[in-house]
Every structure is written in structure tokens, then in C-alpha cells.
Design a protein around this ligand. Structure first.
Ligand code: IMP
Ligand code: MG
Length: 183
């Protein structure tokens, strides 16, 4: 294999593209069922949630609208601090809307608990969370996540939207980054 191949930087593939697609389809079926009689606004958190938003939204059969937010959590290196700054706010007014936040991964949960409270303050009918991945740390903060793709080990993962230093987002699978990449 070419040593420039980005897939060579993975220590292990956790989920293949086919596995992710199948799981996303299951989540979409749950969401379709739960929101059968409601219009839902799905809110993707940039940039990591781009892939899951693209696949999840296309697997939904009910009426939805889509919007995007970009947030950055202050903090050093790979740990978030819970202090969040909005880089790009929603275009949509949330008043009386059913909002479903779509995330790539919940690690400490600090970013998402802040975001959920922020959106809840805007008068929506409901705010729920869908995340493709969740790490065990997330269990330590009280955050109610309605839809979870996979609970994963406490390892740094990349691919399918998830980055390390802005790279690897384009991988079609999700894998554990090999230590030689960052050591
Ligand atoms: P937290 O839940 O506030 O700790 O932060 C979650 C954010 O940290 C996610 O939205 C990702 O941007 C980033 N993050 C956490 N764990 C990983 C990982 O394993 N790979 C890539 N990004 C991660
Ligand atoms: Mg993210």
C-alpha cells in the first residue's frame, strides 16, 4: 500500500462504512417513528457531524428541515473545558420547534450539555440529541441522549467526519488513530 494512504494511519478500524450506514439507517428508523406526527428540525454541529447529517437526513422519510451550528470549546489540546463559544449560530428560529441536535461524538459531554441548554432557552417545543459515538466519560455528566449509534472505548478516533488536526474527516470508516501519528 502507498505510505501516503490515510488509512495507513489507523491502528484499528472500529466500524466500516457498511456498518456505519446500517447503524445510521437504524437510528433514522427510530427517529422517523418517534417524530411521526411532528416536523423536526435537525441541527448539525459543524464540522464533525457533516457525514452523519448527510447520511442520517437521507435515511429519514419524514418531513425535516436542516440547520447548522459551529461551536468551539475553549480548552487545551484534546480535552474540552465546557466553556463554549458560538462560531456560527442557527439561521432558524426555534420557537415551538422540535429540535434534534446531531453530533459525531460525545466525549466529556460538556460541549453538548451547554449546547442543549442554550437551544432550550430559545423556546423550542423539544430538544433531543442524536450522536453517532459516545465515550464512557460522557456518563459522568448528566446529559440525556436519546439516540446513540455506538458506545466506544476511551480512545481517540477519526474518520467519518471526525478529525485529528483537521485531517482524517474524509475516511469512510471510523478508526483508532495509530500512536505513531501523534507521538
Ligand atoms: P466534549 O464532549 O465536550 O468533551 O467534546 C466533544 C468534542 O470533542 C467532539 O465534538 C469532537 O469535536 C471532539 N472529540 C472528542 N473525542 C474525539 C475523538 O476521539 N476524535 C475526534 N474528536 C473528538
Ligand atoms: Mg464535534
Amino acid at each position: 500500500m502507498d505510505s501516503q494512504d490515510v488509512y495507513d494511519d489507523l491502528e484499528e478500524v472500529l466500524y466500516t462504512a457498511d456498518q456505519i450506514q446500517a447503524r445510521v439507517d437504524e437510528l433514522a428508523a427510530d427517529i422517523d417513528r418517534d417524530y411521526a406526527d411532528k416536523d423536526v428540525l435537525i441541527v448539525g454541529v459543524l464540522k464533525g457531524a457533516v457525514m452523519v447529517m448527510a447520511d442520517l437526513s437521507r435515511a429519514l422519510t419524514s418531513h425535516i428541515t436542516m440547520d447548522w451550528m459551529a461551536v468551539s470549546s475553549y480548552g487545551s489540546g484534546t480535552k474540552s473545558s465546557g466553556v463554549v463559544r458560538i462560531l456560527k449560530d442557527l439561521d432558524a428560529d426555534l420557537m415551538n420547534r422540535h429540535v434534534l441536535i446531531v453530533e459525531d461524538i460525545i466525549d466529556s459531554g460538556l460541549t453538548l450539555s451547554w449546547l442543549k441548554a442554550n437551544l432550550e432557552s430559545r423556546g423550542p417545543a423539544s430538544v433531543e440529541i442524536c450522536t453517532l459515538l459516545r465515550k464512557p466519560e460522557a456518563a459522568k455528566v448528566s446529559i440525556d441522549v436519546k439516540y446513540v449509534g455506538y458506545d466506544i472505548p476511551n480512545k481517540f478516533v477519526v474518520g467519518y467526519g471526525l478529525d485529528f488536526a483537521e485531517k482524517y474527516r474524509n475516511l469512510d470508516c471510523i478508526g483508532i488513530l495509530a500512536p505513531h501519528v501523534y507521538e
